[in-house]
Ligand binder design. Structure first.
Ligand SMILES: *[C@@H]1O[C@H](CO)[C@@H](O)[C@H](O)[C@H]1NC(C)=O
Length: 292
């Protein structure tokens, strides 16, 4: 197959969820598609002024950044999705909407679909380290734009959580501390044998909090952060963290919101997502059934 053809990202819908595949992985191997950051890593900005239509932030281009809705006075949250996801997928849009409905944020969704395209999981694992180095550089760019790295919060799901860890490690090597990382079920396959240098860990940011929804299978079973949550089926979830309470009460700590995201890690939940999400935020019993 011609390289150009192999290196085209293909998008499919699995139910309502868009997923991304390529016929060769992006990376450094002999049959890999060559890396091209301009294509492989797109920083998509969403704010309350553009909650659904993204604006692209070009790393290194301050003039272009000034033309976007980026608000230096608002907190910046950077989101890294997981394996074979698209930024149109539920993990990105749910977290984005949760933030933008809560307050003024610069919500930056990292579109790294090409680096984590299916079915190339091993390459995707290797690319998490690469992504971390590139995102560290991007955060340094934001720092030049007046956003202190200590104020930045990186949220990552599955492989995205590992890339978030590598971002913090790369910054640390440059003597910079990232503010916060939230790891949503950090990926376990491909990382389980690594020491703390090789996966998300405490110290990758000033504060690292981790949610484990699928410990020991897709997600890490061990506690990795300053704080670790285990909202498992059948286990106790803190009062105030139920989805219906979240909707009613915007005051709850936003860590709780992520529980809605974590649930979709289980494949069964995808089928229920469409039915439950629009109307079903008050039918939490349904969620427990799905997860259980
Ligand atoms: C920027 O963010 C600040 C702090 O949240 C907010 O008060 C202000 O209205 C925002 N400005 C714009 C133009 O959205």
């Amino acid at each position: 197959m011609a390289l150009a053809e192999a290196c085209t990202l293909m998008r499919f819908f699995v139910g309502v969820t868009e997923v991304c595949f390529m016929s060769a992985p992006v990376g450094d191997c002999s049959y890999c598609c060559p890396r091209n950051d301009a294509l492989d890593i797109i920083y998509k900005l969403f704010t309350r002024s553009n909650p659904t239509e993204f604006q692209v932030i070009v790393p290194g281009n301050l003039r272009k950044l000034e033309k976007t809705n980026f608000n230096q006075s608002a907190p910046t949250v950077i989101y890294l999705m997981g394996f074979s996801e698209a930024t149109t997928g539920p993990s990105t849009t749910t977290i984005r909407d949760a933030y933008l409905s809560t307050g003024e944020y610069n919500f930056i969704s990292v579109d790294w679909s090409r680096l984590i395209a299916g079915p190339w999981y091993v390459s995707a694992v290797q690319n998490t380290r690469y992504m971390g180095v590139r995102l560290a550089k991007f955060i340094q760019f934001l720092s030049r734009a007046g956003v202190p790295p200590g104020s930045v919060h990186v949220v990552g799901f599955s492989l995205g959580a590992e890339a978030a860890g590598f971002t913090g490690k790369a910054l640390r090597e440059q003597g910079v501390r990232l503010g916060r990382i939230t790891g949503l079920d950090p990926a376990y396959p491909g990382y389980k044998l690594a020491n703390s240098d090789g996966h998300l860990s405490k110290g990758d940011a000033q504060f690292v909090d981790v949610l484990h929804s699928n410990p020991g299978i897709f997600g890490f079973p061990e506690a990795l952060g300053d704080v670790d949550f285990y909202p498992n089926p059948g286990s106790y979830i803190q009062r105030g963290c139920w989805l219906d309470q979240l909707v009613k009460n915007r005051e709850v700590g936003y860590i709780c919101k992520y529980i809605s995201i974590v649930l979709i890690h289980h494949e069964q939940a995808y089928a229920a997502w469409d039915a439950l999400l629009p109307a079903g935020l008050t039918t939490l019993g349904g969620w427990r059934v799905v997860v259980g």
